[in-house]
Design a protein around this ligand. Structure first.
Ligand code: NAD
Length: 458
């Protein structure tokens, strides 16, 4: 694949103005929907082959979300793309002022492996909705799903409009050497920095959907059975390979023992005594990552789980009691089914732990104490989060999803996704029937009137 020539073709196609036609966009989104619906079973089987993901999780966290984002875009695109009228200001009056949503042009989407269908197709939907041309680079680690993503895109779009280029670091590097109008990257913090550097060379705007160590705080007021059930679901969903999964727990010292017992029970309820034989428990994506996780368990105080089989990419759901902040487990994002449990006695101790890390992508707090939860929400900076449940904020397209600081730049989902891929172009359409002389030189004697006008318009 000759990347510069393909990009050239996309640029030329964008210049034809065809992608700016909203009906054209809606039609192509409908075609995309038809193709995706017809490949539903293929999505499940590709994800199963790639890392033993169950059809249930595949529907809930990938296929189902893609379909609802597509339905939303098809239904709302006309209204999203209409110029939005805003009130004129003292300086623009008399005028009708508008915000136009304009496509950036040629967009690059780079996707990770952990939700390989969702995180390649959802940005594509939003970039196409906004009227851009798109090149998607899916992850090289999920070969079956990435091939399916390519097939779907190539069936629906002509390559000047959208295409998928598969490959690893060399392909991603070549793509990043080109000049894009927008880059949308989902992946790790170190690669996010490489993307930001490449984008900076051409001053290309970026969205970076990254990761981090997302804490989950559990206080002494909460119903521990329900909290444990929800935490086990959120932590071990997708085998713990979720950017917003609770990375570690900070529990009130008085309930730690009880919480650990409740977590053990819920792991057994979900995956049985031998999670390896559970159809619902995914595998680690590859041996390299399984080994990385195994190394994190060296010297750890494992209170549940810990079994592993590297050649089968299996790491059991594992609980670790009170690891030191200097341990391997507490250095980087875990990104696997290992859950460390730390403790706090007073609120200041929570800050002592969280402030060791960059701003996380998510934060969860389990508590019945409103003041406590509000303090946590107010005191710490994080991408987004939830009270009394993990992951769930991801499921509302009205909530912008993204990080802050090292966990990312920008956000998307639903209309926020459409807005992310659109330049907001401000246009003031001035009337000619009234032309107050105050702004024109000579200015002598006019400042008093100008001050009054600023006051009137607020
Ligand atoms: P990754 O950063 O290794 O890879 C992501 C993409 O970047 C892949 O397509 C890969 O081919 C490409 N890439 C890898 N190295 C590159 C390089 N040197 N130069 C250019 N491109 C390169 O991430 P991953 O392992 O696929 O995914 C896991 C990470 O993604 C975790 O940190 C997780 O938190 C994060 N993540 C974030 C979100 C989010 O929405 N914020 C969602 C999923 C995953």
């Amino acid at each position: 694949m000759n990347i510069p020539s393909l990009l050239q073709q996309q640029r030329a196609y964008f210049k034809t103005q065809q992608t700016k036609d909203v009906s054209f966009r809606i039609n192509v989104l409908k075609k995309l929907k038809q193709e995706i619906v017809s490949r539903e079973q293929d999505v499940y089987s590709a994800l199963k082959k790639d890392f033993n993901k169950s059809s249930f999780e595949a529907f809930m966290s990938e296929y189902g979300i893609v379909l609802s984002e597509l339905n939303l875009a098809i239904k709302k695109l006309k209204s999203w793309s209409k110029p939005k009228r805003v009130k004129p200001s003292m300086l623009t009056f008399p005028a009708t002022d508008y915000i136009y949503k304009e496509p950036y042009g040629t967009v690059l989407v780079i996707a990770p492996w952990n939700y390989p269908f969702l995180l390649a197709i959802e940005p594509l939907i939003m970039a196409i909705s906004a009227g851009n041309t798109v090149i998607v680079k899916p992850s090289e680690l999920t070969i079956h799903t990435s091939q399916l993503v390519t097939e779907i895109i190539q069936t629906v779009f002509n390559k000047q409009h959208a295409t998928s280029i598969e490959g690893g670091i060399p392909v991603a590097t070549e793509l990043l050497e080109q000049k894009w109008d927008y880059i949308f990257f989902t992946g790790s913090v170190p690669v996010g920095k490489i993307v930001a550097k490449a984008a900076a060379k051409h001053l290309t705007p970026v969205t970076l959907e990254l990761g981090g160590k997302s804490p989950c705080i559990v206080d002494e007021t909460i119903n521990l059975k329900l909290a444990a059930k929800r935490i086990v679901w959120g932590k071990f969903f997708n085998g713990g390979q979720t950017c917003i999964s609770p990375d570690y727990i900070i529990a009130h010292t008085s309930i730690k023992k009880e919480l650990i017992n409740a977590l053990k029970k819920e792991i057994i309820n979900a995956y049985g005594e031998n999670p390896k034989s559970s159809k619902d428990f995914p595998r680690i994506i590859n041996e390299r990552n399984a080994n990385r996780l195994k190394d994190m368990l060296e010297d750890a105080n494992i209170v549940y789980g810990g079994e592993h089989s590297i050649e089968e990419c299996y790491i059991a759901p594992t609980l670790v009691d009170n690891p030191s902040l200097n341990s391997k487990l507490m250095q980087d994002e875990i990104f696997g089914p290992i859950l460390p449990i730390l403790t706090y006695a007073d609120e200041a101790a929570i800050g002592d732990i969280i402030s060791n890390y960059d701003k996380p992508l998510s934060l969860y707090v389990f508590s019945k104490n409103k003041q406590f939860t509000n303090n946590i929400i107010k005191n710490y900076s994080f991408g987004g989060g939830a009270v009394n449940d993990p992951l769930i904020h991801f499921g509302n397209h009205k909530l912008p999803f993204g990080g802050v600081g090292a966990s990312g730049i920008g956000a998307y989902h639903g209309k926020h996704g459409f807005d992310t891929f659109s330049h907001h172009k401000s246009i003031s359409k001035r009337g000619t029937w009234f032309d107050p002389p105050v702004r024109y030189a000579p200015y002598k004697g006019k400042i008093g009137l100008l001050k009054k006008m600023f006051k009137w318009f607020g």
